[in-house]
Design a protein around this ligand. Sequence first.
Ligand SMILES: Cc1cc2nc3c(=O)[nH]c(=O)nc-3n(C[C@H](O)[C@H](O)[C@H](O)COP(=O)(O)OP(=O)(O)OC[C@H]3O[C@@H](n4cnc5c(N)ncnc54)[C@H](O)[C@@H]3O)c2cc1C
Length: 278
Amino acid sequence: MIPPIARRFVAGETAAAAVDHARRLDDDGVGTILNLLGEHYDDRNPADDDTATYRELLADLGRTEFDACVSVKPSQLGLDVGESVFRENLGRVVDAAADHDRFVWVDMEDYTTTDATLDAFETQVERYPEMGLCLQANLRRTPDDLERLAALPGKVRLVKGAYEEPPDVAYTDKARIDEAYRELLEQAFRTFDGVVGVGSHDPEMLGLAADLQEEHDTDYEVQMLMGVREDTQRELAADGVPVYQYAPYGTRWLSYFYRRVIERKENALFALRAVVNG
Ligand SMILES: Cc1cc2nc3c(=O)[nH]c(=O)nc-3n(C[C@H](O)[C@H](O)[C@H](O)COP(=O)(O)OP(=O)(O)OC[C@H]3O[C@@H](n4cnc5c(N)ncnc54)[C@H](O)[C@@H]3O)c2cc1C
């Protein structure tokens, strides 16, 4: 069972809990992006199992009216086992999404996976356009990848990047990553026909996105994590901005919860307060 302290960041252990969470967000006008926790499988069985779980979840979501979709990680669908395993499993998730009329996001992992992820995404989005891919501002290559995505159907989610990468492929300085993020937002709003996903909690970047939307008339949506700036998520939605909450669920919640706690002082204090107050 997930302890109360972790429930701020994780929607529950089961698909039923995840769907209930999405229903509650829908009441506040916030959409949901559900991610089954799991990554870096080095054998095929868990990757196939998670693929099957996503297919069942998509069928469950297809029976609801609210705006909820999934986001998958390449290494969860078997990329570490082999590119062909990942491509096959992604195709199976996309088939289920098409059957149940749901959107599929693909997360981006460390830089060694970028080419395989882009290639697999391109194959799938050409047959099912209700898809989106995450790109990371810390990678030096991303302006070129964004240009490639702008020529395809589907959405893009721009994030700053969560992985520690070597300096020859990535910016490592926070101010430089922020600058790259601003430049990518400008490029995306200027060149994208589809929707630009702004995957950030940063008030400066959210303000820039709103200005760029006025300037270019490009559709955008804000995406934030469960447990982070949830008041802002609701406020933006009430102001008419499309907002999606990325909500992880599943039994493998411990390492995800740990990452959230150590990434920011506020989260660590929240965890400490929860322990002290019982
Ligand atoms: C929906 C979503 C999907 C993502 N998918 C991926 C992915 O596929 N691949 C990947 O590499 N990364 C992914 N990320 C993570 C991302 O790369 C960043 O590591 C993460 O979002 C932190 O960057 P930030 O833009 O929020 O700003 P930061 O630079 O971390 O913070 C900037 C400002 O945002 C506000 N803020 C940030 N965090 C908090 C907080 N916890 N509480 C209160 N205020 C806060 C503060 O004002 C802060 O000064 C995803 C993030 C989101 C939101």
